[in-house]
Design a protein around this ligand. Structure first.
Ligand SMILES: Nc1ncnc2c1ncn2[C@@H]1O[C@H](COP(=O)(O)OP(=O)(O)OP(=O)(O)O)[C@@H](O)[C@H]1O
Length: 279
């Protein structure tokens, strides 16, 4: 037997982070990230609040540009990535019913369909049925429960038919039965060969469903098999890094406030204005 015949070939990357730094107004939120997300993998992204998890997803879809380094995509175009943002960002006041909301998942095919033909209609109906929302097609999205809305958003993602699915806290604020059904749908997508990247907080769920985990605390604390990543040592290090980052942030905010106060006390402009104020 040839020695290399026993080694399974590594799956090619669908996303590669190349010294990636992402942030806002020149403040980095994710630092110098290197690594590959293998095609077909099921990856959890975990970390304390403010660790940069959502920022990383925004960087992958190109909502924010890298401050340094880059994100390389292989076998998927940026505009075709299926991306579920946090549910809190959904405008439920927008006047649209479930059917049309889900149909938006076909937006990239609308040109080819020139409107919704019968095949498209069947796909929409199947996607609505797959998330258990039959009968609610004509209900405005503002009249759905949190779990129903999340089901509708998953149906829309299904129609996108993307090889890469990014989910930002997919179970946040939904009932247990919706969470179970949507977790099963994610497993099905992965079994179909899609790559799934989910930002999650529930470590039990991560242990149960996600073979690979990236633990972020602005930098990558650990990124490998879930059991290895979720060691007490790694989690403690992530907590320490998050605390240091938030202390640094509050110190620099305090310094800005102090500089403003001191600046206003000694500002020549202020002194001039005071000198001309009527007494
Ligand atoms: N639009 C923004 N403008 C400025 N700073 C931002 C913006 N969005 C996020 N940040 C900051 O970037 C850092 C990372 O935020 P991010 O939302 O990526 O963290 P997270 O790990 O997803 O947190 P959580 O678990 O609380 O959702 C935080 O310090 C946050 O305050």
């Amino acid at each position: 037997m040839r020695p290399d015949s026993t080694i399974a070939p590594a799956a090619p990357p669908i996303v590669r982070f190349d010294n990636l730094t992402l942030g806002y107004q020149r403040h980095p939120a994710v630092h110098h990230l290197h690594g590959d997300i293998a095609a077909g993998s099921l990856l959890a992204v975990i970390g304390p609040n403010g660790a940069g998890k959502s920022t990383l997803l925004k960087g992958i879809v190109g909502d924010i540009a890298p401050m340094e380094g880059r994100v390389r995509l292989h076998g998927v175009e940026r505009r075709n990535i299926a991306y579920l943002t946090q549910q809190s960002g959904v405008d439920t006041a927008f006047p649209i019913v479930v059917h049309d909301f889900v149909a938006l998942g076909l937006w990239h095919e609308f040109g080819a369909f020139r409107g919704l033909n019968r095949a498209a209609q069947r796909r929409i109906e199947a996607a609505i049925a797959a998330v258990g929302l039959e009968g609610l097609e004509n209900r405005p999205i503002g009249h759905l429960s949190g779990g129903q809305l999340q089901r509708a958003r998953f149906a829309r993602l299904t129609l996108q038919d993307s090889p890469l699915v990014l989910l930002d806290e997919p179970y946040s604020g939904i009932d247990a039965s919706s969470a179970r059904d949507l977790a099963a749908l994610i497993q099905r997508w992965n079994a179909e060969g899609r790559t799934i990247v989910s930002v999650l907080h529930d470590l039990e769920h991560v242990r149960r469903d996600y073979p690979q985990t990236l633990l972020l605390a602005r930098e990558a604390v650990a990124w490998s098999a879930t059991a290895e990543v979720l060691s007490e040592a790694h989690l403690a290090r992530a907590r320490r890094l998050a605390e240091t980052a938030s202390e640094t942030a509050s110190r620099s905010e305090a310094e800005i406030c102090r500089a403003n106060v001191v600046g206003s006390e000694h500002s020549p402009l202020e002194n001039r204005r005071n000198a001309h104020e009527p007494r």
